[in-house]
Ligand binder design. Structure first.
Ligand code: F6R
Length: 259
């Protein structure tokens, strides 16, 4: 695991965009794993800029999103389908046939059907040749995707119940109204994420400092799902100074040739 500390959110996002672009130039038919939430927004804006101004071509790229809320239709402004369309997809030249986001429109009472759907989602990743680069944010409680503390470190794509702390964190997207936040989500598992060839976890802000400390310097444990990244040979953690503020070992602002 490589830790890179950048001054602020803007620098974190630009560095992440540089890594993604480098991969796409190198391998035009790359398979990207994508995240939603506040963290990757500026990364996506930078990729859009690179597409429009530098001709970065996404036409052969395949994407798989990490997760989606259950019971929010794709047209719902807080669904991850909507988020991805508005914040990235409609601005670049991805082939719609190569875009994959878990469907949230499943019946929570039909667990067999959900399990079959999750297996199908994993099969699509396998058929695409596996994920080359997975982008991740991190929850204040150390979650990745919706793999909340206590999730099995070997887990696969499945349905998960959101913890109260994640609901509180995400309430900002639902006008602060906890009752509007879905109870369940479909998420890639930790085992699924760990199979990506490269992993790029981004974090910014003091509210992530504790989770970053536990992820980077704590023991590998299910209580901090992101800590499993210590076992990944090609995981890069790019954080800003605020998110790095509780790290006790000194890390440099390295910008190695990552790929
Ligand atoms: C989103 C996702 C989540 C977020 C995490 C951080 O697809 O999988 O794990 O990355 O909750 O969210 P933000 O970036 O909003 O702080």
């Amino acid at each position: 695991m490589l830790v890179v500390i950048k001054k602020d959110y803007d620098e974190v996002s630009k560095e992440a965009a540089r890594v993604v672009a480098e991969l796409v130039y190198e391998k035009p038919n790359s398979v990207l794993g994508l995240a939603t939430g506040g963290t990757p927004l500026a990364l996506y804006q930078e990729l859009i800029r690179m597409h429009k101004e530098d001709g970065l071509d996404f036409s052969k790229v395949t994407t798989f999103n990490l997760d989606e809320y259950i019971n929010l239709p794709p047209s719902h402004p807080q669904s991850y389908h909507y988020f991805m369309r508005e914040n990235l997809f409609k601005h670049i030249n991805l082939n719609p046939r190569f875009i994959h986001i878990p469907s949230g429109m499943v019946d929570v009472n039909d667990i067999n059907r959900i399990n079959r759907y999750c297996e199908w989602y994993e099969e699509q990743m396998e058929k695409a040749g596996g994920i080359d680069l997975q982008i991740l944010g991190i929850g204040a409680n150390g979650h990745i995707g919706f793999n909340e503390p206590g999730s099995s470190l070997g887990s696969r794509t499945r349905i998960k119940t959101l913890t109260d702390s994640t609901k509180e964190d995400n309430a900002r997207f639902f006008h602060g109204d906890l009752s509007q936040i879905p109870q369940y989500a479909i998420t890639m598992g930790i085992g699924t994420i760990m199979e990506a060839h490269w992993i790029l976890l981004l974090a910014s802000g003091k509210n992530k400092a504790n989770a970053i400390k536990d992820t980077v310097e704590g023991p590998v444990c299910a209580r901090v799902p992101a800590s499993i990244l210590q076992m990944h040979r090609k995981a890069i953690i790019i954080v800003d100074e605020d998110a790095a503020s509780m790290l006790s070992i000194e890390y440099e602002a390295l910008t190695p040739d990552l790929l």
